[in-house]
Write a protein that binds this ligand. Structure first.
Ligand code: PHE
Length: 364
């Protein structure tokens, strides 16, 4: 803060000194009443530009030898006054009344803030991803609003395939003027991200893709039109069906416990050949047969297969290294809700989406 300078002192007789110091004292008192504590301190006691500094610098120094003692004493008195006033400067401290107004009763219970927790779907998705991350897989994502090309065409779905019908797939309105491949829809699986990944990078690829998918299904105890999948894709030289079996067998044991067994049944997906459905031994009865596994001892959990050469052919349009003669790969896809329901004993898929804190709080 820039300071007004102190007046120049020319006469050093007692009367002149008395007048000059009295004026400064009055100034200090009025400053203490009008200034906040810190500005007051700066103005009067500041080390470089404080008024007291000026007094000692100019008046004390300029004083003739016979006046030095008097100026020194008056200076000391003024300094003590300023220091005393600093304590009282406005804002110097709370008054009794202001303290009472602000008082809090520290014996009252505090405001309780609930700790956030992962939603069981998020938690399950993270658990699945972590199993594959430990095997060296990286994580990828893709858009939920997808084109017909990525959701179906490049994944080798023929033009008239039933999944392309609006009976099964939720499509974006007013797309009819576009060529079929560019029409937008809500992705029905996470498999389109296989192609988006391969277009971005040459092999080798090891990736897991967690995400939300949509199907025009009626909701019931185990179906929801919105659900989640974790997709997996592994492409390298010499990847075989044994690698697929070993990887998924390990993943199921990591997720459900080391005593779980897996078995592979022939199945069909347009984008894998051969394709398989993976079943695990029933985690409720240990394989003996119960209501949950419909007395079969097995529970079907995911789809998988060896990447179809037709899919590699689409990828090779952007990344020629996807040459089905030189590389091979496997893919798999699993439903997250189904796995979460099994792991946590949830019987209604809808409770995962209802947002009822009495349900969700159990997972906190
Ligand atoms: N996309 C398939 C589905 O949604 C699952 C799957 C993924 C099957 C990858 C094989 C390979 O049913």
């Amino acid at each position: 803060m820039a300071n007004e300078a102190i007046p120049n002192l020319t006469a050093f007789d007692e009367a002149a000194l008395e007048k000059a110091f009295t004026a400064l004292e009055a100034q200090a008192r009025s400053d203490a009443a009008s200034l906040e504590k810190e500005p007051f301190r700066l103005k009067w006691l500041g080390r470089k530009q404080g008024l007291l500094n000026e007094v000692s610098d100019q008046w004390l120094k300029a004083a003739p030898p016979e006046a030095k003692k008097s100026v020194g004493q008056r200076f000391k008195t003024l300094k003590e006054l300023a220091e005393g006033l600093l304590e009282q400067a406005s804002g110097a401290g709370p008054t009794d009344a202001s303290l009472k107004a602000e008082a809090i009763d520290i014996t009252l219970p505090g405001t309780q803030r609930l700790t956030g927790a992962e939603h069981p779907i998020t938690r399950t998705m993270n658990e699945i991803v972590a199993v594959f991350a430990a095997l060296g897989y990286s994580v990828g994502v893709g858009p939920e609003v997808e084109t017909d090309f990525y959701n179906f065409e490049c994944m080798n779905f023929p033009p008239g395939h039933p999944a392309r019908d609006t009976q099964d797939t939720l499509v974006v309105a007013n797309q009819e003027r576009k060529p079929l491949r560019d029409r937008l829809l809500l992705r029905t699986h996470t498999s389109p991200v296989q192609m988006r990944t391969m277009e971005q990078q040459p092999p080798p690829v090891r990736i897991v893709i967690p995400g939300k998918v949509h199907r025009n299904d009626a909701a019931d105890a185990t179906h929801s039109p919105i659900f989640h999948q974790v997709e997996g894709l592994c492409v390298d030289t010499n990847i075989t069906f044994s690698d697929l079996k070993g990887t998924l067998d390990h993943a199921m044991k990591a997720l459900f416990g080391s005593s779980v067994k897996t078995r592979f049944f022939p199945s069909f997906f347009p984008f894998t050949e051969p394709s398989a459905d993976v079943q695990i031994s029933c985690i409720f009865c240990g394989g003996k047969g119960c209501r949950k596994c419909k007395d079969s001892g097995w529970i079907e959990l995911l789809g998988c297969g060896m990447v179809d050469p037709a899919v590699f052919a689409f990828a090779a349009e952007k990344q020629p290294a996807y040459d089905a003669k030189k590389i091979s790969g496997f893919a798999f896809g699993m439903g997250v809700e189904r796995i979460a329901m099994m792991k946590y004993g949830i019987s209604e898929i809808g409770s995962l989406f209802a947002g009822d804190m009495r349900f969700l709080g159990q997972f906190a």
